[in-house]
Design a protein around this ligand. Structure first.
Ligand code: ZN
Ligand code: ZN
Ligand code: FE
Length: 752
């Protein structure tokens, strides 16, 4: 008795060796029929005896390929077709496109072993890959995922590669980017005098030349998975300093790549959780406390961003003698998006790099390295790009497609198709024109790949009238447009990830800047309600003045002038021990005359003001620098008596804490002591506010989001304080708590 079933598998099931897996499984169970990639996932027609089918389906669910992630398996009875064999059929491009695009995968252990085995036919070949590993998102032009629709379409497989590609028992069966030194792309080393290409001599020629350049202290631009990197020896201070000067990058830390896990653990303190993150398939840059001094790599901070090699090229570099610790930073001029086209890289980087290691395989779209940290509540993604994007971040049941364009800072966009919320890779700060172009490119790219018509879209943007993303949303044709307040979007991003759209919660959204309902600058907000019923603002930080508006974010003393303007009997802060520069006095004058002075509840600016009081009186050259300084200072002191942050009538008052900090500084207490007492006090104040609001609203569910909660010292104190209460705490774990998560929250709030 022969039965037939039509099976649909949804999730990340394309480009991860799923069809060959199904093929082998069908053969093993004596099942006939076919498998193909459709636009909504993998489709299988399976025929066989009843227990053969049952065994086949059980194993399909229980042991999918390592890189696959199954969301749903739908099984329906089908007509028996009388198949005598099991086949992999051509892709079906009909219907809507909601198949998942796999993020890029790191080269697998078996490919690395072949790469380094002189007897293997792919020894030293920098584009080695198999169905378990290699690029995906960064090479795909169109869905479904087939070689002809990738940036590998220009290369024709040689006989040996074609044999592997067609052999169901081979690890490279239907590995779309399959290639070897015979038939595939190569790397070339280009400097002022010479060009060494891998396909004209030994496969190692170009790579060995790059290694020599690195050992001599040169800066080499290297084409990677989602863009170019600028690379130099992390232990050569002169090289790192030159890189900093040529990139016009004053203080912002560079990421480093360690040869192996052993080198990484000698460089940073790796907790078990950090190690898990470092070796995870996303291979992000992991922030961890430094164990070594690397001049100019991460000035003024004690954390290092470290990653492990994830491409065959990187493994080859280390195996053939490159310095064991390399600076590997996105190739761009300061603040611009990562360069990923060859011509653009040459033009932008020739003043920075003295040589180029250029791979011939084109990059379909730019994808930066991701940044993550093992936090007190689990992994936190700070920049979501390679290895994570464009995986679905949440299920949002919507009949219509939704495009949410995010915030202007740390932009990422979200597209909801067939109930799946796909969050783009990190796109940067849209104030920079090049990042704005990257943003437009990503929007068109996502909507094109998922075949979404503009006129069907619900378009969601921030409430800020001056945002570039808002202007973009306003000029596009669409079915409907929605504006969502920034801090509500922060809270909704957490609830969307957790699939808790109905949960009645108290949410705290603390960050640097967001446009408020009343047109003032918000950033210390408490909400009550749910995503489904709406979020009411129920409390906030005491409003302060902000002279110069957003420009105050660059000068902590300017923020200090705003926050201190409501206090009486201040000591003269221009003299010791404070020594505030003239800028402070100028900011005070703006407030006195009411010129360019705004009202704010920004906790980010409160951190800046406190940093200034504790001694940070210089400029901030990257976002959050003063707050990071204050957090790290706080770690240098033991536990301190917390400053007081009373919560009265829905207002969290910072004034007593500022008075205490100033008194302490006058009495000669150190910056670490002041910083620690501030963190402890703010944590207590937040906890008091949450407890009071939860009591009023009769809920135990608390949500935290916003850039301020990337502060681990604050979070540790807060978690410790809340652990003695019945409150349940939720935070972001899939999208960043910073503005990189805003678009997901916007999309969730547009469901109503
Ligand atoms: Zn592999
Ligand atoms: Zn080949
Ligand atoms: Fe924000």
């Amino acid at each position: 008795m022969i039965d037939a079933r039509l099976v649909r598998v949804r999730g990340v099931v394309q480009g991860v060796g799923f069809r060959p897996f199904v093929y082998r499984l069908a053969r093993a169970h004596g099942v006939t029929g076919w498998v193909l990639n459709g636009t909504d996932g993998v489709r299988i027609h399976a025929e066989g005896a009843e227990d053969a089918l049952r065994g086949f389906l059980r194993e399909l669910e229980a042991s999918p390929p390592r890189a696959a992630s199954i969301d749903a398996i739908e099984v329906a009875v089908a007509d028996v077709g009388g198949f005598t064999d099991f086949l992999i059929r051509a892709s079906d491009a009909q219907g809507t496109t909601s198949a998942r695009i796999s993020p890029d995968l790191p080269v697998c252990d078996r490919c690395v072993a072949e790469l380094l085995d002189p007897a293997d036919r792919r020894a030293g070949y920098p584009y080695i890959n198999c169905t378990d590993c290699g690029p995906r998102f960064s090479i795909i032009h169109e869905l479904p995922y087939d070689r002809a629709q990738t940036t590998m379409s220009a290369w024709t497989m040689c006989e040996a590669c074609a044999r592997e590609y067609d052999d169901p028992h081979d690890r490279r069966f239907h590995a779309q980017p399959i290639a070897c030194a015979e038939c595939g792309p190569h790397y070339a080393f280009v400097d002022g005098e010479q060009t060494l290409a891998g396909d004209t001599g030994s496969v190692h020629g170009a790579i060995d030349a790059a290694i020599r350049a690195l050992r001599e202290g040169s800066i080499v631009a290297m084409k990677g998975i989602g863009g170019y990197h600028l690379v130099c020896d992390a232990r050569a201070p002169e090289s790192v300093r030159a890189l900093r000067e040529r990139k016009f990058r004053k203080d912002r830390p560079f990421a480093i790549m360690a040869r192996d896990l052993e080198t990484a653990s000698a460089t940073v303190h790796l907790s078990t959780a950090s190690e898990t993150l470092l070796t995870s398939v996303a291979r992000p840059i992991v922030l961890a406390p430094s164990r070594v001094m690397l001049p100019f790599v991460a000035p003024g901070t004690r954390e290092l961003g470290i990653m492990l090699p994830y491409t065959p090229l990187q493994h080859l570099l280390f195996a053939r003698g490159a310095p064991a610790l390399l600076v590997v930073t996105s190739a761009n001029r300061s603040s611009e998006p990562i360069a990923y086209r060859d011509d653009e890289a040459h033009e932008q980087l020739s003043g920075i790099a003295s040589a180029f290691l250029v791979g011939a395989r084109p990059i379909a779209r730019r994808v930066d390295d991701s940044v993550a940290r093992a936090g007190v509540l689990g992994p936190v993604i700070l920049r979501r790009a390679r290895g994570y994007a464009p995986a679905a971040a949440a299920r949002l049941a919507s009949g219509r497609p939704i495009l949410a364009v995010g915030s202007d800072l740390k932009n990422a966009v979200t597209l909801v198709v067939d109930g799946e919320a796909f969050v783009s890779q990190h796109l940067g700060d849209l104030v920079h024109h090049a990042s704005y172009l990257a943003f437009e490119e990503a929007v068109h790219d996502l909507t094109r790949m998922y075949r979404v018509q503009w006129t069907d879209l619900v378009l969601v943007h921030d409430l800020h009238p001056q945002f570039a993303s808002t202007a973009f949303a306003l000029k596009l044709p669409c079915a409907e447009r929605r504006a969502v307040q920034h801090h509500r979007a922060h809270i909704a991003s957490v609830l969307a990830e957790h699939g808790a759209l109905e949960a009645h919660v108290i949410g705290a959204a603390f960050d640097g800047t967001g446009y408020g309902d009343d047109g003032t600058i918000w950033g210390g907000e408490f909400f009550a309600g749910s995503v489904a019923t709406g979020l009411r603002r129920v409390a906030h930080l005491r409003p302060a003045s902000l002279p110069g508006g957003d420009a105050a974010a660059r000068w902590p003393v300017q923020a200090a002038a705003g926050f201190l303007s409501c206090l009486n009997d201040l000591p003269v802060l221009a003299s010791a021990p404070f020594s505030f520069p003239e800028r402070y006095r100028n900011a005070q004058r703006l407030i006195e005359c009411g010129v360019r002075t705004f009202t704010t509840t920004s906790v980010g600016r409160l951190f800046d003001a406190m940093a200034a009081i504790a001694g940070y009186t210089g400029e901030v050259t990257y976002e959050g620098q003063a707050a990071i300084w204050l957090e790290q200072s706080g770690r240098d002191a033991g536990p301190q008596t917390a400053y007081s942050f009373p919560f009265v009538d829905g207002v969290l008052d910072f004034r007593p804490a500022l008075v205490e900090a100033i008194d302490d500084r006058v009495c000669g207490r150190t910056a670490p002591e002041i910083a620690r007492a501030f963190h402890a006090g703010l944590a207590l104040g937040i906890a008091d506010a949450l407890e009071a609001l939860c009591a009023t609203e009769r809920t135990l569910d608390v949500v935290l989001s916003g850039g301020v909660f990337q502060n681990e010292l604050l979070l540790e104190d807060l978690v410790a304080r809340l652990s003695s209460t019945p409150l349940r705490l939720r935070m972001n774990r899939i999208v960043p708590p910073n503005d990189g998560g805003i678009s997901l929250g916007q999309a969730a709030l547009a469901l109503n």
